[in-house]
Design a binder for this molecule. Structure first.
Ligand code: TZP
Ligand code: MG
Length: 209
């Protein structure tokens, strides 16, 4: 897959009164290079409409577009890939459906990361690093200890996620993450572009970019 650094996920509850596409375009203009449609509430028709709009946006800006959970929607709009959790369709089954599209897998412990890598995931999520209000199912924060483990061992790209803010991202970068994902800190920001740029500046500090 095309590599990425700043992963922005949709979270419409964090930007009441602002359009989804406008918000995600701001993130892209700030430097987000991969966008995920994550929406646990909409109907299939509504999801399809949003996915089409975001596919158009991400094509225009040539950034990667991932759909969370819904393989059918990802295929319908020709997204670049899908993102699946530990309770979603298993990776090997998903692979049969999506062919060589990107498959990302959420992981919470190193064993899940190892399995995802062995089964051919294109990238993994590592988190939630910190407490987060953006995820309904209760998973205890994995802390930066898991980021360190992933950095030491996992060879496919991994992205740190969960409660990551401008004020704590240094800890995550110091633990070895080179890709960062956020929902609320990005889409809930009054200055989305500026927030994304600041994330990237911090990443550059650690990575000598
Ligand atoms: N997976 C692990 S944590 C999380 C997801 C989808 C939510 C991250 O949201 P936020 O607002 O960046 O904490
Ligand atoms: Mg899922």
């Amino acid at each position: 897959m095309r590599d990425f650094r700043l992963y922005a996920i949709t979270g419409e509850e964090f930007h009441p009164g602002k359009e989804l596409v406008t918000v995600m375009e701001e993130a892209i203009l700030g430097g987000a290079d991969i966008i995920q449609l994550r929406d646990k509430n909409s109907s299939k028709r509504e999801l399809l409409r949003k996915a089409r709009a975001l596919r158009e946006l991400t094509r225009k800006h040539q950034v990667t577009f991932i759909v969370n959970d819904h393989i059918d929607i990802a295929l319908a709009v020709d997204a670049d890939g899908i993102h699946l959790g530990q309770d979603d369709l298993p990776l090997q089954e998903a692979r049969k459906l999506v062919g060589n599209k990107i498959i990302g897998i959420s992981t919470h412990v190193i064993g899940e990361a190892r399995r995802a890598e062995a089964e051919g995931a294109d990238y993994i999520g590592v988190g939630p690093v910190f407490p987060t209000k953006s995820k309904a199912d209760v998973v205890d924060p994995v802390t930066t200890a898991y980021v360190r483990e992933a950095a030491a061992e996992i060879r496919i790209p991994f992205v740190a996620i969960g409660g990551i803010k401008l004020h704590n991202v240094d800890e995550v970068l110091a633990a070895g993450a080179s890709r960062i994902c956020a929902i609320s800190e990005i889409v809930g920001s009054a200055d989305i572009r500026g927030t994304c740029r600041k994330f990237l500046e911090k990443m550059n500090e650690y990575q000598g970019g």
